[in-house]
Design a protein around this ligand. Sequence first.
Ligand code: TXA
Ligand code: MG
Length: 341
Amino acid sequence: METKQWTVNEIDEAAQVLKEGGLVAFPTETVYGLGANARMSDSVCRVFDVKGRPNDNPLIVHVSSFEQVKDYVDTLHPYAQKLVDTYWPGPLTLVCKVKEGIFAKEVSAGLPTVSFRMPDNEVTLSLLKKAGVPAVGPSANTSGKPSPTTFEHVYHDLQEDIEGILDDGPTKIGVESTVIDISDPEQVPMILRPGAITKEQIKQDLGIEVTYDKHLLEVSETPKSPGMKYKHYAPDTKVLMVKEQDWPAAVKWAKENQLSAGVLAGPIVCDKIRADTAATFAYKDDSIAAATKGLYAGLRALDEAQLPLDVILAAAFPEKDLGVAYMNRLKKAAAQKYFEG
Ligand code: TXA
Ligand code: MG
């Protein structure tokens, strides 16, 4: 099958294909998603197939309004409306208890809950409205690889397996949404996957103290969100995280061991060590926002560097605010390993 590249002027065609059961990758503010009609079992199964996704890992249902979600859910959490008013459309996914039989059963992978998200992207909101159906939307990458933040990344992984990709340029945030469990109205909301909406921000905006799933604080704990247990976001090349003060030692180590090293860091670090390493991918600036936006693109670019690399050295950031989400993904790509000077 030839995968089509749809421009923003071709949303109608993409919506028709999505509605009728085709697989349509769409842009969001976080990463590109692999869309399929959430009510059609065959289409949802194809999503698992083309991604090579384990079938115990549930999918997020993408909607164009909160009103839709209200139709699907039995009892809403007392904070649901507040969270939606503050963060939707945006990178916050809500795990809710749903009525039976609304979505294809594969969507929830055997769990009694379904997660919902309204993405902050005009093109995709229009796609969803025009299609008139809720759409599953896992990240549009081969399972285990870094999530796609451009049309080209999706095309690289899924060309010939899906009907088309709606192209809206690079995504703004760069890592997947915050997943928060509000399925039990009696319990405090719990973050299952960190993203751009942070624990600190929710506290600041709403005065609500949410918790973290234990596995986010202690790696030995089993995650509540099935997807978080898999090795994820990993390029083929080995990745080592480097703390700010360790860059000179890390570069020296690579040189002494005649390793071809790629560097993924902000411009300050890259400018200093470019001459001593095989390849660099500099984030746009030295902020954590730029690092988060560039992380997956950088891992993919270095993984495909012309000269094959022995190791990717990637900048570690402090684990606060957006740094929690960035480090959550980078640690998985690096199998938790830091360069030890
Ligand atoms: O930003 C995003 O969320 C992107 C864009 C495309 O919207 N989508 C995305 O989907 O990251 P995916 O499928 O790659 O990740 C969904 C995560 C997985 O870790 C999955 O286990 C978890 O959400 N999840 C989905 N439904 C769940 C549920 N009912 N209970 C617990 N975790 C759930
Ligand atoms: Mg994913």
